[in-house]
Ligand binder design. Sequence first.
Ligand code: G3I
Ligand code: 9MR
Ligand code: ZN
Length: 540
Amino acid sequence: SNGPTEPNIKINQTGYLPNSQKKVVFPFDQGDCFQVIDVNTNTVVYTAPILRKLYNESTKETTFYGDFSDFTTPGRYRLQSQLNGTSFEFEIQDNLYHSLLDQTVKMLSLQRCGAELTEDWAGAFAHAQCHTQTATLYGTDQELDVSGGWHDAGDYGRYVPTGAKAVIDLMLAYQINPDLFTDTIGIPESGNGIADILDEARVELEWLLKMQNGWGGVYDKVVTAQFPDFIKPDQDTAPLYVMQEMTTSAGDFVGAMALAYSVFKDVDADFAQRCLDAAKLSWDYLQSATLSVYTNPEGFSAGQYSDDNDTDERYLASAALYAATGEQKYLDSVKSIFQASADQLTGVQWKTMGSYGTYLMLKLSDVQNTDAAFYQQLLSKLISDAEHVLNATSNDGYFVSLYSAYAWGSNADIANNGMLLALANDIRANINYANSSADHLHYLLGRNSLNISFVTNTGTLSPQHLHHRPASAAKALLPGALVGGPDSALEDPITQSMFNGETAPAKCYVDDAESYSTNEVAIYWNSPLVALISAVEKAN
Ligand code: G3I
Ligand code: 9MR
Ligand code: ZN
């Protein structure tokens, strides 16, 4: 809680890169000035005015802001003003987000399923092999080996739509800024000569390959019928079920596998070829499969991830395969989907994957040479996707893009929007996209109305009580994990007891392990954060 003695000045609690834009949010008046204080010498090193008032639908507050972008000297600082008091300490440093980046990637490693996690690298999250028994294909007596991959979140489900989104993000994070990624984050593969983020991506890709059947269909998920208690992964021995193949999952699968071909072909050619062959098989399957929509059958209540539109996934599939192969039939497919349904092709969320397809066409394919007119249409589309996000930030007191729509996983919506701006910036360098992309990271790391850095083990105030089965069972804090964040729909008993319809949307958050709608963590929430950090480091 924000007691009177706690700082009320909102900054990125980790800090800022020396040459990046540096904005700060104040609760009190313009006209005042603020100072940057070097905490080692306790001297004022920079002074600037407190500026324009901003209205916040999302927080129901009036805020003001300051800008100290011109101050670039590395060091450790705090901010102060007469009316606003003092801020938490933060750094200005090159490479400032490197250790955070390693932690956010390693969060996915700690979600590994099937493998033993040993204490030397997993610490309190060590556990014996889990979920290695065969799973029953729902509605049949067929038993399948679908071991491996990552647990989705605070639960132990493994879902193709979110797994594919997460692994695509990791590969894009790497591809945007390969030099950033080390081979030393502390996972079993560290030191093997391959960036750990690619080793981690491969864990999920190998699992996805097991989710494909002989005719190219892709099963949707592996679950137990109900969510288990707060037990360790290896204690969860309830029967596993593989749920039916879905066209959305097949499209996601093709997108991930075709991108894997492009990313891994110089790393491990045999593996890359396996991915490409698998992608082609499922693309062929999709050409004669009609939309299937998942709903939990009677007796099942674990994660559902229902998606009733597969247009964006089909588009992603064709785009990723065109980028990988240059074959005309994939371009024809991309074009025909684009021409018929461009309005359904925006998004980088598990359910709306279209912008990934557009980005891959622009970034990795040769469409600029083969079809210059279509290239321009694709470029306009990605720019318009980015402009849409940018416009949403223009009246927001915290410089983010959700208006007042803070739903379950709002922090991931913010990370995804920041990543989308970064992808557009990667294609067409634009300082406004780069700055706004970084603004989304600054929100997540503390420059928000709650004054919380939403990633564990970062900044001064960060979540301590995650909704996460391994963390509860181990009585430990999972490092480098982005929590879901404010959810104004109040979808768990804790937030229902604390807040009501009057509560500002962006304030409906509680650091409580029972608050599954605001304080859970998830692979596909961390993954856009990884990509966002990668892009921010690259742009500054
Ligand atoms: O779509 C509406 C939107 O129109 C409306 O404006 C907004 C208002 O708050 O709500 C939006 O719907 C929300 C939807 O997510 C989309 O964001 C629903 O209220 C909300 O119930 C739904 O939450 C999903 C949640 O599962 C419950 O089904 C989350 O997106 C999804 O991330 C979460 O996923 C769970 C898995 O089931 C199991 N594994 C963990 C994972 C993370 O919590
Ligand atoms: O613990 C579950 C969490 O991992 C899921 O994301 C969430 C989504 O539905 O559900 C949680 O499980 C809760 C269930 O939905 C309702 N009863 C309480 C469960 C948590 O203790
Ligand atoms: Zn497991």
